[in-house]
Design a protein around this ligand. Structure first.
Ligand SMILES: NCc1[nH]cc(CCC(=O)O)c1CC(=O)O
Length: 312
């Protein structure tokens, strides 16, 4: 049995719309007889634009309204950037598919200076992410980090209007919106590990909606799913409730049988930190994430995060 119609819920930002349209196109190609509809929705995260993300706290800022619509049957599925998804979903919902990850990295956009190494002392760099801030400061303690909120297009605009020397954004988002040529440097993974799930799309559906789930299965990319299972298990284990300055990157090794996970936990100023990695069997991906997190928390990560939570 397949449904005659699927309603996809999406946020209204350019990136969210691109992602939802992309999934809609894939579905139309795969099931031409099914009507695919998009429904625009506004989330709390879209409404509060003047407060740094790290200060709003609260989980699922960009997902809750979509999830409520799914639970009440107003939409059949929601498309999200996986990186915006909390590690625990509301009861009754699941990640029906995780798409193949594209470039997971972070990009520097600096029309004037081009690269991180080339930025002058004290340069003003915009980012709203504690993860990027801490890793940038670790490499370049002299930089002035400016909090930058808003959609991708707003942030790009602020590069000029706020007189910034550089901004850092996800490569995946820039590529999706056709803005790849703005990138002046892709940051090395040695300097900046990505956010959990960066570069992959998550398609959320109701657990009891077998028809929709079956129709979405073709979008699922098993190696990405394994890699992000390790990353999300890591995040779940360290999570203290608010946004934390951690970078994590998991890959399935070419053999297909092993997952490697690298991570950092940093203080906000980048001065203190723990870095580690782990490799193990793919079928234990989630357990590997957990083990690595516990090891890093015990090696000083816990102390760093406790200090951070006290100060915010
Ligand atoms: N937090 C916003 C957000 N959510 C997903 C992406 C980019 C796409 C992706 O990582 O998959 C972005 C923009 C950014 O961080 O620069």
């Amino acid at each position: 049995m397949t449904k005659k119609k699927l309603v996809i819920g999406t946020r209204g930002s350019k990136l969210a719309l691109w992602q939802a349209r992309h999934v809609a196109d894939c579905l139309r190609e795969c099931c031409p007889e099914v009507v695919i509809e998009l429904k625009n929705m506004v989330t709390t995260g879209d409404k509060i634009l003047d407060v740094p993300l790290a200060k709003i706290g609260g989980k699922g800022l960009f997902t809750k309204e979509l999830e409520n619509a799914m639970l009440s049957g107003g939409i059949d599925l929601a498309v999200h950037s996986l990186k915006d998804m909390p590690t625990e979903l509301p009861a009754g919902l699941i990640l029906a598919a995780i798409t193949e990850r594209v470039d997971p990295g972070d990009a520097l956009i600096s029309p004037r200076y081009k690269t991180l190494a080339n930025l002058p002392a004290g340069a003003r760099v915009g980012t709203s992410s504690l993860r990027r801030k801490a890793q940038l400061l670790k490499k370049r303690p002299d930089l002035t980090i400016i909090d930058l909120r808003g959609n991708l297009d707003t942030r790009l605009r602020k590069l000029t209007t706020e007189n910034l020397d550089a901004i850092v954004l996800a490569v995946a988002g820039l590529n999706r919106l056709g803005w790849s040529e703005q990138i002046t440097e892709i940051l090395s993974m040695d300097d900046c590990l990505p956010a959990v799930g960066q570069g992959a799309l998550a398609i959320e559906a109701r657990k009891d909606d077998q028809e929709t789930m079956a129709m979405l299965e073709f979008l699922n990319h098993p190696p990405t799913r394994l890699a992000v299972a390790a990353e999300r298990a890591f995040l779940k284990e360290v999570e203290g409730g608010c946004q934390v300055p951690i970078g994590v990157y998991g890959i399935v090794l070419p053999s297909g049988n092993e997952v490697r996970l690298k991570a950092v936990i940093l203080s906000l100023d980048g001065k203190e930190g723990v870095a580690d990695s782990i490799t193990g069997p793919s079928r234990e991906a989630a357990a590997l994430g957990c083990t690595l997190a516990r090891r890093m928390l015990a090696a000083g990560g816990r102390e760093i995060l406790d200090k951070l939570f006290q100060s915010t």
